[in-house]
Design a protein around this ligand. Structure first.
Ligand code: ZN
Length: 203
């Protein structure tokens, strides 16, 4: 299978333009994983590859949990290919919660799965929920890392923005380390274009 960057480009998931990120910073690139995950066959194949990396690293786990919304499709496919249970956390009035009758058993081992790990904030919030209910998070997984967190299998370095605990491994299929700019010091703004929020206006 081609490398992840090629796949993201081929499926229109690697966007180029002038983007306003949820952090408030600006970027020339944006990863729209929905364009990958709208293809269930491809999503399944990518998660098979991710599961192989996890298995090769001898991670034993019982279940997968993803933060809604972005992580759900990737987490569900990873659970399907590994024949594990899948649950998700979701925000209610901004607070991450576990609802819908989902439960966690004492010492149940979890992988927290996202589509893309940026700073890992949502994955960390899901981790706290699992651990407060007696479960244990043994690894993080994602299709791709956005350059901030340390990826165990790719040996990337942790940056100061990273929020994931460094004692739990993160496994991904790729690492995209795009340059990001402060809104006040963005070369794209200086060229006179306006940053758009990804997901709006058809992207
Ligand atoms: Zn800008």
């Amino acid at each position: 299978m081609a490398n992840l960057e090629k796949i993201y480009k081929k499926f229109g998931a690697y966007l180029q333009g002038h983007f306003l990120l949820s952090s408030g910073k600006h970027s020339k690139f944006y990863l729209q994983s929905a364009k990958i995950l709208e293809n269930p066959y491809l999503a399944g194949k990518l998660c098979e590859r991710l599961f192989k990396i996890i298995a090769k690293n001898k991670i034993k786990f019982d279940s997968i949990c993803s933060p809604a919304l972005g992580g759900i499709l990737a987490g569900y496919e990873l659970a399907r290919v590994s024949s594990k249970r899948f649950i998700f956390t979701e925000r209610v009035d901004g607070v991450m919660t576990l609802r819908r009758g989902f439960s966690v058993k004492e010492n149940e081992k979890f992988i927290i799965c996202e589509d893309i790990i940026t700073t890992g904030g949502s994955a960390l919030e899901s981790t706290k929920i699992i651990e407060n209910l007696g479960g244990k998070v043994v690894a993080f997984a994602a299709l791709a890392n956005r350059g901030f967190c340390a990826v165990s299998n790719l040996k990337t370095q942790r940056k100061k923005e990273a929020k994931l605990p460094s004692n739990i491994p993160l496994f991904t299929l790729g690492n995209f380390d795009f340059e990001i700019y402060e809104a006040s010091d963005c070369p794209l703004c200086k060229e006179g274009t306006k940053a758009i929020k990804p997901g709006s206006r058809g992207n």
